[in-house]
Design a protein around this ligand. Structure first.
Ligand SMILES: NC(=O)c1ccc[n+]([C@@H]2O[C@H](COP(=O)([O-])OP(=O)(O)OC[C@H]3O[C@@H](n4cnc5c(N)ncnc54)[C@H](O)[C@@H]3O)[C@@H](O)[C@H]2O)c1
Length: 404
């Protein structure tokens, strides 16, 4: 630990210390989100940035100092034992989620856990059950729901503005793994990651598919491929998708680089979902097109400031552009300078999610927009896609009118 927490008011029931566990690539987004939004809940809660935890001491120290957390530690059990910490974000490699999230729930801490919640749907269900029994406020990190354009599309679809959903295309294409010289990491090991592009990126696409079209009844078929079959290990520990000096040791990759699936939803909509981490030039892009009986909406996070809509019989035909504006979801409530033409990107949308999580804690209500149930249901779909790809067969999740 860097320094003792000398705050004298540790006994107030309103006092809530916040800890981020995992100071890698995404731990920084959590830390930044808390830093940006803790001041909003001063009436209900006394929030403070308490601790950053990482087994890499330098990473914990550096994240704590960048975002103003008082302490840093190297063992997550220290966080669980600290009664002043009442809110934790879990931003660890996938295989660690269940153990650390279970410990947080058992310690009575409100908890936001990175996707995928667990390496299996059964383990995700176990977490959900434990959280229900304990009564803590808990959620899964599904930050893409908070891009204002995607949130607004969700509202339009639920209001029936495009009629009944008929055909969804949703894809998450990322470039990070395209370079064969990216070092080998936990993401390349099925036992540590649960899967590759589908688990890492496709989980978000599955969540957006459920967000817009409801429950998936069946995976009619799926295919996965490993494009880069082995990688060199880094000479020293790395974080996220960082390049590094490589050692001479080469290890196999046993997680998918590309996966595609055909989904049939309970409401009869058909979906095509794909995820790639070797998509040259695509940066980090989630895109969607949803056609309904009376209209079509489309969006790409590459142009995060707008979505497009076409309406059956609409004047002039074709698509109209709807830019982010003060009336867009989250913009007036959470964005500094909430005016037309002001950009919203990844970090802002991530922060909107942290703000919603803190708002749920302040109000003492469940966190429903990206709940543990959402995390568990995404895990069920993900597992069904993996089973379909492995067996070359459809996998039925629930009976429905799927396949119109
Ligand atoms: N929501 C999103 O958009 C998004 C984006 C990227 C990653 N993620 C998820 O976030 C999680 C972390 O991904 P990342 O890219 O930040 O990984 P990372 O490898 O960059 O960081 C993980 C950190 O955890 C630390 N760590 C590992 N085991 C630990 C332990 N037992 N105790 C304490 N620290 C430990 C590592 O030292 C590392 O700093 C993954 O589950 C990933 O799926 C989500």
């Amino acid at each position: 630990m860097a320094e003792p927490d000398l705050d004298p008011e540790t006994s107030s029931t309103k006092r809530h210390g916040i800890a981020v566990i995992g100071a890698g690539m995404i731990g920084a987004a959590h830390a930044s989100g808390y830093r940006a939004h803790i001041g909003r809940f001063g009436k209900e809660l006394e929030l403070h940035l308490a601790t950053v935890c990482d087994t890499r001491e330098e990473a914990a120290k550096s994240l704590a100092s960048t975002y103003g957390f008082r302490n840093w530690v190297t063992d997550w059990r220290t966080v669980m034992a600290d009664e002043r910490v009442r809110i934790v974000s879990i931003a660890l490699p996938n295989a660690a989620h269940v153990e650390v999230a279970s410990a947080a729930i058992e310690a009575g801490k409100h908890m936001l856990c990175e996707k995928p919640l667990a390496l299996s749907a059964a383990a995700a269900r176990g977490l959900l059950d434990a959280a229900k029994r304990s009564g803590v406020i808990a959620g899964t990190v599904f930050n893409y729901r908070r891009f204002p354009a995607i949130a607004e599309i969700g509202k339009l679809v639920r209001a029936g503005e495009i009629g009944d959903p008929v055909h969804l295309l949703v894809q998450y294409q990322s470039e990070y793994g395209a370079d064969p010289n990216l070092p080998h990491s936990w993401r390349d090991v099925r036992a540590l990651a649960g899967g590759g592009a589908l688990t890492d990126l496709g989980t978000h696409a599955i969540d957006i598919a459920r967000f817009l079209c409801g429950e998936v009844a069946e995976v009619r078929g799926a295919a996965e491929a490993i494009v880069i079959k082995s990688r060199f290990c880094p000479a020293a520990a790395t974080s996220g998708h960082d390049h590094a000096t490589l050692s001479n040791e080469r290890r196999p990759v046993d997680t998918d680089d590309v996966t595609s699936a055909i989904l049939l939803f309970e409401n009869g909509c058909q979906g095509l979902l794909s995820a790639s981490r070797v998509a040259v030039g695509m940066g980090n892009t989630l895109s969607l097109v949803l056609c309904g009986t009376r209209g079509t909406v489309r969006h790409t996070t590459a142009v995060a400031g707008e979505y497009q809509i076409a309406r059956l019989g609409g004047a002039g035909g074709g698509f109209s552009i709807v830019p982010n504006r003060p009336a867009s979801p989250f913009v007036r409530d959470y964005l500094p300078v909430p005016h037309d033409g002001v950009a919203v990107g990844y970090a802002e949308a991530f922060g909107f999610m942290i703000a919603e999580f803190l708002a749920a804690i302040a109000a003492g209500v469940p966190f429903t927009n990206g709940s543990l149930t959402d995390g568990m249901k995404a895990a069920e779909v993900l597992e069904a896609i993996q089973r379909s790809a492995a067996s070359h067969r459809p996998v039925v999740l629930r009976e429905s009118g799927a396949g119109r």
